[in-house]
Design a binder for this molecule. Structure first.
Ligand SMILES: Nc1ncnc2c1ncn2[C@@H]1O[C@H](COP(=O)(O)OP(=O)(O)OP(=O)(O)O)[C@@H](O)[C@H]1O
Ligand SMILES: O=C(O)[C@H](O)CO
Length: 494
């Protein structure tokens, strides 16, 4: 069997290939390294170091943030809520700690013991505290914050607010409509925290876990004015026939009354996005280039059903492979994927232009396509899994059914949750390659059966002793999911 030595790029180690058998572990190592670099860019210490600094001058100090300089005078208070806020608060404290007068953060119950160890207290009720202090507030906000800011506008009770949300959800309200009502019925969400703090200055550092990074949506935008009027909200309640019950009548009164402190005042607020899926992908782009790939940052807004998205990724690999390998199927495959992409409503997505870049690039033998977002999964079976593991397994199944175009290339697809947890499993995600299903069948595993049982984690845990699971542990951040697709032309036998 021929043995090929090939220098991929000067700083890469020599890689030995044994004939047509390629070392999949190399591609998997690269994909995992690229994924980890994406996560590293949005870890709290690195985010806060980018966003925040204190400049001491003579006896005074200035907070530098978002291009602004705000005097510090023993007046800094920290407020935070969200799944990533414990790490964000610790990172912020390392930067501004000596100027912090006090702080309150609200984080998921399971993190409480970490707080005690850090000797910090947390309490979810800010109003009776924040309105008494005319200070400078540093607000830390991340995904999961909505559930950690329970503060219904009186006289509405928390139970009544939850009942209205449940009724809206049961009657088919969209997540956008649900969140609009939740913001309107809250003392803190939808800009309530900023209104309560007025006229104290508010600097909010935001880690986005939503597609499009709409600041009003992230943790329900406690320091962001709501774009929806009372009329919009009342129309939603009316649309789903919620009028008429006691709690809804109270809700309508609260909504009609408007924000407790009168008109929206937000000139004292600076909202700054410090972490997002795009920031993570841009780091992954740099890392893939360092590893010798031509990077294609294709989208940070992938969404939709996992069955459609898996078909897209599998076809994209075949298109790129057909370009790199000068496969005769290339033109037809490109038409297919452009047609499929046009049905997926991916915002500002120009795949044709990006594929043109690959075709124009000279002497390219390896491409890294990068994506981010969140797919949706219909969980049909009793198995264990997550949307990233299911996506990877479905991509493998698509390749099993249509392998055209990939004969001359090595291909690997990886999908992972940047928070380190994919569904109720220990894995962050998984990776796959074109021959995976054939190899699994050779091991007596039933891939389709695993998918039918929604058991992607069960499959990847069994197959090759879990070697294709992506396990990072909880990362302390969350900018949704990241996908890495690597396509590399195989070395030609001499
Ligand atoms: N057996 C399964 N197979 C495939 N997907 C599953 C399975 N069980 C749950 N899921 C998916 O996992 C999703 C939950 O994922 P996860 O626990 O990572 O939370 P999340 O939606 O990412 O929220 P957060 O932003 O807080 O992480 C659900 O939306 C569901 O679609
Ligand atoms: O907390 C929330 O509202 C969601 O995680 C979106 O940020």
């Amino acid at each position: 069997m021929a043995r090929v030595l090939r220098i991929l790029t000067p700083h890469r180690l020599l890689r030995c290939y044994h004939g047509t058998l390629w070392n999949m572990a190399n591609l998997q190592d690269d994909a995992q390294q690229i994924f980890r670099s994406a996560v590293s860019a949005v870890l709290p210490p690195r985010m806060l170091q980018r966003a925040l600094s204190v400049r001491e001058r003579g006896g005074s100090a200035v907070l530098e943030c978002g291009g602004r300089e705000i005097p510090l005078d023993n007046n800094l208070h920290l407020v935070g809520f969200g799944k990533a806020v414990l790490g964000m608060a610790a990172a912020a404290e390392r930067i501004v700690g000596r100027h912090l007068v006090g702080g309150v953060i609200s984080i998921p119950q399971g993190m409480q013991d970490s707080l005690q160890r850090a000797e910090r207290s947390s309490a979810p009720y800010f109003l009776d505290w924040i309105t008494n202090l005319l200070f400078l507030f540093l607000v830390l906000c991340s995904g999961g914050g909505s559930a950690l800011l329970p503060a219904p506008l009186p006289p509405l009770t928390l139970q009544e607010k939850q009942t209205i949300s449940q009724q809206l959800a049961q009657r088919g309200a969209t997540i956008q409509e649900l969140n609009t009502i939740r913001r309107a019925l809250s003392s803190l969400k939808g800009g309530g925290l900023a209104r309560a703090a007025y006229p104290a200055q508010v600097v909010t550092l935001i880690l986005s876990d939503v597609i499009g990074d709409d600041l009003e949506v992230i943790a329900s935008g406690p320091t962001v004015p709501s774009a929806h009027s009372a009329v919009d909200c009342l129309q939603i309640l009316d649309k789903y026939n919620l009028s008429g019950s006691g709690s809804v009548d109270t809700a309508e009164v609260v909504i009609s009354r408007g924000p407790p402190e009168g008109p929206n005042r937000f000139s004292h607020v600076h909202n700054i996005l410090i972490g997002s899926n795009l920031i993570a992908l841009q780091e992954a782009e740099r890392e893939s280039q360092r590893l010798g790939y031509l990077p294609l940052l294709l989208s940070n807004a992938i969404s939709g059903d996992v069955t459609v998205v898996s078909r897209f990724f599998a076809l994209l690999a075949r298109v790129i492979a057909s370009i790199l390998g000068s496969d005769p199927h290339q033109a037809q495959l490109e038409q297919e994927i452009l047609s499929l992409a046009s049905t997926m409503a991916i915002p500002s997505f120009n795949l044709a232009k990006q594929l043109q870049e690959v075709k124009k690039a000279s002497n390219i033998h390896a491409v890294c396509a990068l994506f981010g977002g969140e797919t949706t999964v219909q969980v049909r079976g009793e198995g264990k899994g997550g949307r990233n593991q299911e996506l990877a397994l479905r991509v493998a199944m698509e390749w099993q059914q249509s392998p055209e175009g990939m004969m001359e290339c090595e291909v690997l697809f990886l999908s992972g949750g940047t928070d380190g947890q994919d569904g109720p499993t220990e894995a962050a995600g998984a990776s796959c390659y074109p021959q995976l299903v054939a190899h699994a069948m050779g091991d007596g595993l039933d891939v389709q059966g695993s998918l039918n049982a929604s058991d992607s984690n069960g499959f990847f845990s069994q197959f090759q002793k879990g070697r294709h699971l992506l396990v990072t542990g909880l990362t302390g951040t969350n900018v949704m999911d990241v996908q890495v697709l690597l396509v590399r032309r195989q070395a030609k036998d001499p």
